[in-house]
Design a protein around this ligand. Structure first.
Ligand code: ATP
Length: 470
């Protein structure tokens, strides 16, 4: 990997009233933030153009013996028992995005964390949160907003693992309380918990969060960090966007909180950062931490496609599965159209499951995950997958964002995703071991007419797809 010459790429357009800052670490309005240590960084390049995404300087960081360890990066910020847990879990060296984002985050800046899928953005914002919250205080001090229940459960699990304290360590101090406030759960228990003894950290989907805020059950007076994960997805969702804007501007003020946005894909990111400032979603000195801008997908991914006739998709997939014999794979299938539902047709996922179960004897566990399943079934599917020695997960795009199944080595697009961003997120469900360079495969099954669509994705995301012949 090339070594970084500039530690961050910070770029956003400005109007005449918004002068560019060449010294990024200049000042803060919040006194609590100004007390923090400022990193030893100087001026950074700022560009004013609103050009297309993914066409920037590649500023990946090489991790070598001289790079600071995670402990060194976090010392003095993150409580020692959390750092101990971080190491126990096996996180000793920071990933490139953690190396870049953590100094910015610990300095109190609002931040847009923009880095490849599977690059470790979750740990970056969780470490910031652990550096800020006071576990002894009964008040909600950090909120992480996620788009799906599945992602919420995953982030909650990581946060709880890191927060767990061994009883010998300061037994008189309680460990940090973490609540998962997710759509699909029964909120009665959460209401009394929030009223009696509010947790320090809440991981929430927007629907459930706004319900609690509207009823004044959850209060944000003590909130110091607000994270919006998969931010581009949230702003693009007609269901979520108005609640999200209310959360960012009406329910709390930028001056009282540190705001973090995270995603592997922020199309028109300069426009987005500009909007953050204009709309007061973040403070004006927000920093855009952009890792690997010229390579938006992990380099260990190997992209392939197979051309077949419309009616040959099932048999083609079976052929590829027999040839690849993947230990753990995800097969992405398009959502069933309303027209097909009305006509009473079976969903494409069901048809594929049946075909795999009858014809593909190679894989021990074939599991389904789709939007139309109830929340318990969805949770059970993910548990099955995590516990299985190997799996074939048949999923719709509900599994495309954030879901972390690091054992996945193969992705199959049984149907092409609707756009390049979706291709990126589906592909990013593999290649999720930051320090491994073993190859992972993304294979799209397409008709001859769809070749130009895939070519468009290749041009937009700057990757090369090789044809497979059977
Ligand atoms: N410092 C580290 N060392 C080793 N593994 C790490 C480190 N940080 C994170 N990981 C692992 O990397 C994987 C991906 O992390 P994470 O889920 O945070 O990715 P992400 O950047 O949020 O990806 P996406 O954009 O797809 O949501 C996880 O399995 C996590 O355990």
């Amino acid at each position: 990997m090339p070594c970084s010459s500039a530690p961050y790429l910070h770029s956003f357009p400005w109007t005449s009233s918004m002068k560019p800052r060449f010294h990024l670490f200049s000042h803060h309005t919040s006194s609590s933030l100004s007390q923090r240590t400022k990193p030893n960084l100087i001026s950074l390049p700022i560009s004013a153009s609103l050009s297309s995404p993914f066409v920037e300087k590649n500023d990946a960081v090489t991790t070598n013996e001289t790079s600071p360890s995670l402990r060194e990066l976090c010392q003095g910020h993150v409580p020692d028992h959390v750092l101990h847990r971080v190491e126990e879990v096996g996180y000793t060296m920071p990933t490139p995005v953690q190396s870049k984002a953590l100094p910015v985050l610990f300095s109190g800046y609002d931040c847009v964390i923009h880095a490849q899928t599977g690059s470790g953005k979750t740990l970056a914002y969780l470490l910031l949160i652990f550096s800020v919250v006071n576990a002894q205080r009964s008040a909600v001090q950090a909120i992480i907003v996620v788009p799906t229940r599945e992602l919420g459960m995953q982030v909650t699990k990581v946060a709880r693992i890191l927060a767990a304290k061994s009883p010998e360590l300061e037994p008189e101090l309680k460990s940090c309380t973490i609540m998962a406030l997710l759509d699909g759960g029964t909120l009665r228990r959460h209401k009394s918990w929030l009223k009696v003894e509010p947790p320090a950290i809440v991981i929430a989907t927007l629907g459930s969060l706004c319900q609690m805020l509207d009823k004044h059950i959850l209060k944000l007076d003590a909130m110091r960090v607000l994270v919006i994960d998969e931010v581009d997805f949230m702003f693009n969702s007609s269901k979520e966007v108005s609640s999200l804007k209310r959360l960012l501007t009406n329910y709390s003020s930028i001056n009282n909180r540190q705001t973090i946005f995270a995603s592997a894909s922020i199309p028109q990111h300069r426009r987005f950062v500009y909007d953050c400032i204009q709309q007061k979603w973040t403070k004006a000195d927000v920093i855009h931490v952009h890792v690997n801008p010229v390579e938006p997908m992990p380099s260990c991914l190997y992209h392939r496609f197979v051309i077949c006739g419309k009616t040959e998709r099932h048999s083609t997939l079976l052929h590829i599965l027999q040839s690849d014999a993947p230990q753990s794979a995800i097969i992405f299938v398009g959502e069933q159209s309303e027209k097909s539902k009305k006509a009473g047709h079976a969903p494409p996922t069901t048809l594929l499951m049946e075909s795999l179960k009858t014809s593909h004897a190679g894989c021990p566990e074939i599991v389904l995950l789709e939007q139309d399943m109830n929340f318990n079934q969805r949770a059970a599917s993910l548990t099955d997958v995590k516990e299985a020695g190997g799996y074939l997960l048949v999923a719709t795009d509900i599994a495309a964002r954030g879901v972390d199944l690091p054992e996945t080595t193969h992705i199959y697009n049984f149907d092409l995703p609707k756009d390049a961003i979706n291709y990126l997120h589906r592909a990013g469900r593999t290649g999720r071991k930051p320090f491994s360079d073993s190859k992972c495969f993304v294979t799209s099954i397409i008709t001859a007419e769809e070749r130009f669509v895939l070519q468009r994705f290749e041009n937009e995301l700057l990757f090369h797809c090789e044809e497979l012949f059977f």
